[in-house]
Design a protein around this ligand. Sequence first.
Ligand SMILES: Cc1ncc(COP(=O)(O)O)c(C=O)c1O
Length: 385
Amino acid sequence: MRVPLLDARRQNQPLEGELSAAFERVLRSGQFILGPEVEQFETAAAAVAGARFGIGVSSGTDAILVALMALGIGPGDEVICPSFTFFATAGCVARVGATPVFVDSCAECLNLDAGGIERRITARTKAIVPVHLFGQPADLDEILEIARRHHLAVIEDAAQSFGAEYRGRPVGAIGEIGTVSFFPTKNLGALGDAGLVVTNDAMLAEKVRRLRNHGMHPKYMHEMVGGNFRLDALQAALLAVKLPHLAGYTARRQRNAAEYTRALAGAASGDAMAIALPVTHADRTHIANQYTIRVRRGPAWRHRESPRDALRNRLAERGIAAEIYYPVPLHRQECFRELGPQPTLPVAEEAAGEVLSLPVFPELTAEEAAAVVAEILEFASEANG
Ligand SMILES: Cc1ncc(COP(=O)(O)O)c(C=O)c1O
C-alpha cells in the first residue's frame, strides 16, 4: 500500500467550494497584499495563540527574521537556540548579523534543554529562541525564568506548534514574541508560503508591522530598515477558510499519533535495534505536527547502514513515505563553520542519526496507519530475530 507523508489534496478537496469562493473574492477585490483579508485573519489567528496582536507575514522564516529585527538584535549579539531544529531558527539569527549559540536538546522530548542554557550565556547574549519542536511546547517556565534573570528576550519558534498549550496557555506569546509557519505541512497549512508573528506587546507589534513593509511609516518615510515580509491577501483568505477546522485537524493528528503509540508499544526491542516512541509531557499538549520515532542501534546490529536508514529504506520499498527531520544538527552545518569550534551536543548528534517521522496527517486512513505499523513491526522482529 502506498502511504504518503502528507496529502494536502485530501484536506483541501472538501473545502474546494469555500476556497474557490475566497479566491474569487480576492480576485474581484483587486487588493492582493495586506488589507482587510489579512487583518481579519490576523485577529482570528492571534486568538488561537492567545495573543493580543497577530501580524501576518510571508513565511515562518520571515516571522523569525522580523521578530529578531524588532528586538533590535544584530551584529555583535548572540542568540541561544537549539541545534536540533529546522534551519530557519538559526539561519535567521545569522541573517541579522548575530551569532547563533547552540544548546543541546532534552534527551526525552528533543526540545531545547533548559539545563544547558545558562552556561552558554555571555555578556553578548540578547535572546533565547526555544522551538516547540514537532508540535510539543518546550520547557517555557524554566526558559523564561533564565531569560528574566539575565534580561534576555524569549522568541518562541512555534512554527510547528500553532494551537499547542503549555500549562494551560497557548504557546506563541508566552515569551516576548512568537512566530508561526503556515507552510503546507503544518497543522494549519496555506496554499503557499505564509506566517504569523504574535505578541502581547503593543510596541513590538507596531514595530513588526512597520518592519514587514520596509520599516515604512508613514508612506515613503523610513525610520528603520525593514524588508518585504508582507502576507498576501489570497493566502490570508484561504487560511481563514481553513482556520475553523484547525482543532479538528489537530485532533485527528493526535488520534493517529495515539494509535501509533498504542500499536508500536510492543515493537520488538532487542539486541539489534530498539524503537523509542515520542514522549509527551503531562503539562502540555502535543499537536502531533510530526510523529517522530527513534530507531536505536543495538550491539548486535551488524549492518553498515544505521537501523533507522534501513527501516526508512524498507518502508520506501513498500511505498511508505517517512522523513528524517533533521539529519544534520545545525552546529554541524557547513555554513556555521565560520563560527569556530562548536561544542559536542550529544543528544542532538545522536537524535540526527535515529529520528524518523511517520505519516501522521489528519486524513491518514486507519488502513494506511495499520500498514505503516505492520511494516515497522515486521522490520523490528526480523532485525531482532
Ligand atoms: C521549527 C521551524 N522554524 C521555522 C520554520 C520556517 O517556516 P517556513 O517554512 O514557513 O518559512 C519551520 C518550517 O518549516 C520550522 O519547522
